[in-house]
Design a protein around this ligand. Structure first.
Ligand code: NAD
Ligand code: LMR
Length: 358
């Protein structure tokens, strides 16, 4: 029961956000009165992350409608993904939207995005072995910019979860675009949840505890050394001997590369990312529905001297309600923080420099 409660917190932030059990099963465990009230779009919804993410969001009992958006030449037509998901016995209505990427997304996505409360963006190209996330900026920045312009026009109050890499640079670029349009840059949130998910799992493997009872904050950003797990803030992980921490830290940093290598040129993490994106999305929706919910996320921030940083963020009825301080660090973590900030500074500048061109 304790594990189920923790899982409930993770996927929805409240008993009513529970959605991994079918309602009739969860009703036996919880009194659930969730209202399907939110519209969610998944851009890149026909892709490796997009399809399972759209599935998980369509199964969230807070969701009344899901837009699956992709390009017209996607591997599977978004209308097909939507038709498929539309047969699942959950209340959400699912619609597919294909765009011609040679034309502005903003001119093609009015129906898809109007009324959205949350837009999740895994649209873009994934890494192959030997590439860094930075190498994706040249192609993915333009995709993200086009979709962000469409969000700014058609759903300016929606929370926009940036999954497309490099998150460390794409979030500053999109937040800057929102600022230039007079919109709130805190609507733009970098999804770093997969780093937390990995840290929880890897600590569970070492300690033998259930991952559902572990919650490691991961701060900084989402690439290489900028991924900074704070093991000392977890009662479970703080029991791990100090000489094992550097390797564990490195494994979390390199989790994405581990999957890229194992997929051998056929993509990067998709299923664990879909799980993580849904965990993030459900936390945002739980907040919007009135249950404040806290997750680490990468946002415009003043907790360090950098303009963007990932730390614990509380989502509430209006979106980002509180950005929490980093909290206490040990000497090893202080050293790592300096390393993470130095790398992150450069990656933030990449995004901000691009934003100067528009
Ligand atoms: P994928 O190639 O399987 O899917 C991407 C989808 O985006 C494709 O269906 C493609 O047609 C679509 N797309 C391209 N241009 C588009 C546009 N203008 N509008 C809408 N859709 C468009 O890739 P994937 O494995 O799903 O990964 C997507 C992105 O997510 C990559 O950049 C990857 O690096 C990133 N990612 C981030 C995290 C994270 O933790 N934040 C984790 C894993 C992957
Ligand atoms: C991940 O962490 O799995 C993603 O950022 C994808 C990648 O390129 O590693």
């Amino acid at each position: 029961m304790a594990a189920i409660r923790t899982l409930t917190r993770r996927v929805g932030g409240s008993m009513s956000g529970m959605s991994l059990l079918r309602p009739q099963h969860s009703a036996a465990l919880f009194s659930t009165s969730a209202k399907a009230q939110f519209k969610v779009a998944v851009c890149g919804g026909a892709g490796g992350i997009g399809q399972p993410l759209a599935l998980l969001m369509s199964m969230c009992d807070l969701v009344k409608e899901v837009s699956v958006q992709d390009v017209s030449m996607a591997m599977v037509p978004p209308a097909g993904v939507a038709a498929d998901l539309g047969h699942i016995e959950y209340p959400a209505k699912v619609n597919g939207y294909a765009i011609d990427p040679s034309k502005p997304a903003v001119d093609q996505l009015a129906e898809c995005l109007t009324g959205c409360d949350l837009v999740l963006i895994p649209a873009g190209v994934p890494r192959k072995p030997g590439m860094t996330r930075d190498d994706l900026f040249a192609i993915n920045a333009g995709i993200a910019k086009g979709l962000a312009e469409a969000c700014a026009q058609h759903c300016p109050n929606a929370i926009v979860g940036i999954i497309v890499n490099p998150v460390n640079s794409v979030v500053p670029l999109v937040a800057e675009l929102y600022k230039k349009k007079g919109l709130d840059p805190l609507k733009i949130i970098g999804v770093t949840t997969l780093d937390i998910v990995r840290a929880n799992k890897f600590v569970a493997e070492i300690t033998g505890q259930s991952p559902l009872d572990i919650d490691i904050p991961v701060i900084g950003g989402h690439a290489g050394v900028t991924i900074m797990p704070v093991f000392s803030q977890s009662t479970v992980a703080s029991g791990i001997s100090v000489d094992r921490i550097p390797d564990l830290d490195k494994r979390v940093q390199d989790g994405g590369t581990e999957v890229v290598l194992a997929k051998a040129g056929k993509g990067s993490a998709t299923l664990s990312m879909a799980y993580s994106g849904a965990r993030f999305g459900k936390s945002v929706l739980a907040g919007l529905a009135g249950t404040p919910t806290t997750e680490c996320a990468y946002v415009a921030s003043s907790v360090t001297e950098l303009p963007f940083f990932s730390s614990k963020v509380t989502f509430g009825k209006s979106g980002v309600e509180k950005i929490h301080d980093i909290g206490p660090l040990n000497a090893y973590e202080e050293g790592r923080l300096a390393e993470a900030k130095a790398a992150l500074k450069v990656e933030i500048e990449t995004g901000l420099n691009f934003a100067k061109t528009f």
